[in-house]
Design a protein around this ligand. Structure first.
Ligand SMILES: [Zn+2]
Length: 218
């Protein structure tokens, strides 16, 4: 069973929203536009991160995983069925890809174990882990905010129609968005800036085999 990972650098929802906004603006995608995650991963991101790649793998070779980030954090490997569903516009599949990209951005110098999506739920590695320090919470919050900016406030019914998702998913996302909007989180501009700088300059020189390396989250 996959495990969640404690990330020493806690990120508030407001900071993660800043990172999601910065991701869009990095590729000149406005907040009004629907975020085309496949176009982003296959075309847009290469302008700032030329080494990045999205690799589509046959399902039976994925060992039960839906998608994962490569060990050096320069690529995402996605199961063919998930890729096809993302192409067809299914929200769950688009969210998996956005979630994995969140790991690339936020946890690129972390262990391999956390950076994959499977059908089984994550278990918390530490009992009393703070939400802000959970790798899975960070990647998931990033994914939702990248795909659905809080600029527009959607009800569960709006979300269901606009994103073609089930009532259950719509309720989950609406309540997540509402809780993000309700909080008065501290927004940390430096954290947003360092994540964006890292993808532009540092991501390809981080050696994942050593703990001594430059670390964004150290
Ligand atoms: Zn994950």
């Amino acid at each position: 069973m996959p495990r969640d990972l404690f990330i020493s650098k806690g990120l508030s929802a407001a900071t993660i929203e800043g990172i999601a906004k910065a991701t869009r603006s990095l590729c000149d995608i406005s907040e009004d536009e629907d975020f085309d995650i496949l176009h982003f991963l296959e075309v847009d991101i290469l302008r700032v991160f030329p080494e990045f790649y999205l690799f589509v793998e046959e399902d039976f070779r994925m060992d039960g995983s839906q998608a994962f980030v490569t060990e050096d954090s320069t690529g995402i490997v996605v199961a063919e069925s998930v890729y096809n569903d993302a192409r067809a516009g299914f929200f769950y599949a688009r969210k998996i890809l956005a979630h994995e990209f969140g790991h690339v951005l936020l946890h690129h110098n972390r262990g391999f174990e956390t950076k994959h999506s499977t059908r089984s739920p994550y278990t918390k590695q530490l009992r009393k882990m703070d939400t802000f320090n959970s790798a899975e919470w960070q990647a998931d919050t990033y994914a939702i905010l990248l795909l659905i900016p809080t600029k527009n406030s959607y009800s569960a019914i709006d979300l269901r129609q606009k994103y073609k998702i089930s009532a259950k998913q719509a309720d989950f996302i609406a309540s997540r968005l509402a809780s993000i909007r309700r909080r008065s989180d501290v927004y940390c501009r430096e954290d947003v800036q360092s994540v964006i700088d890292a993808i532009k300059w540092n991501i390809n020189i981080v050696d994942t085999n050593s703990d001594e390396q430059y670390s964004l989250f150290g």
